[in-house]
Design a protein around this ligand. Sequence first.
Ligand SMILES: *Cc1c(COP(=O)(O)O)cnc(C)c1O
Length: 392
Amino acid sequence: MNSDIRLSSRVVAALQEVVGVEPVQLHTPIFNGNENKYLQECIESTFVSSVGQFVDRFESDLASFTGSKFVVAVVNGTSALHVALELAGVGINDEVLVPALTFIATANAISYCGAIPHFVDSESTSLGIDADHLREYLGTHTEQLSGQCVNRSTQRVIRAIVPMHTFGHPSDIEALLAVASDFNLVLVEDAAESLGSFYHGQHTGTFGLLGTLSFNGNKTITTGGGGAILTNDEMLARRAKHLTTTAKVPHAWEFVHDEIGYNYRMPNINASLGCAQLERLPEMLLAKRNLFDRYANAFTSIPEVNLLKEPSGTRSNYWLQTLILDSSQAHLRDDILELTNSVGIMTRPAWTLMADLKPYANCPSMDLTTARDMVRRIINIPSSAHLGNTHE
Ligand SMILES: *Cc1c(COP(=O)(O)O)cnc(C)c1O
């Protein structure tokens, strides 16, 4: 093996085996279905905004695909999380357990409720919350007072836990549900990255009291911008719809709003795009699995680099393909990022841990050893579905 050649050069060669030599983005959407047709229909109907049939259709198509009884489409994944947390009872001065290894939207949504993120560690197989480590931590750092989980050092109530399915790989959600139940925490799932990912055959985002999806431009399917709230609870679904549509009381002409709601409803024109995208989702998921196999094959010659694989018992959507460098090679991460980007192959490191960002530096946090270790070793590589089609 050419182990005398720089690791970054060998990574570029392996990537080029799969993606070719033309510049390639991290993740681009594909519009090869009914997108134009539905957009045209939507425009011709003049109902491009907050009323229209595509929103209802998108919600019911998502309900069938995910198996969630109720779906409420909203303007983006962040607003979906904000409202889901509010409906879960998260309020001012509550703490909410959230992985330090996540996109900032998860922590921001907690802040929008006036609550405080409390950062927890990840485990290395799924990159999701480490349930065992968390259970041990809660056992020593919290006490139960009248059925509430209280943080001993801040005296604040820890109200909820928000697992996130990182890069599409399902977290160990059953273990996390058990922790939530034993410590009296409400579980809300951030499934923004995991549309099309299943844990023991059940769709991610449908395990907690509420779950959320994102249809941002870089996600598995896109509505331009968009998100959705999932729940099996009819009352919560009604509350979600009400709160995200300015809390207007239905009436033929009067403007009566019975609480402070939000203008978070997904516009019909975005939903029209979503309906077309969702029709192609099964095909995209197959292409993304195929892309994983192609990368896995190309990287067999580089034993110092592993591809993050779906955890056993799960089916991942492989939203973002992920290289994990051996610990001994972590110091070469930036060299690899530099060389790949300089030859036109877009690659990215993992997010900066939330606990290391200025707005969240003073929040409570458990020891983040594994999250910190993994961040040094993660590189996301081009992941668009079109790269998985074998005719490339
Ligand atoms: C994309 C994403 C969101 C939501 O993002 P929006 O851009 O608001 O749709 C939330 N959490 C995570 C982990 C995400 O990746």
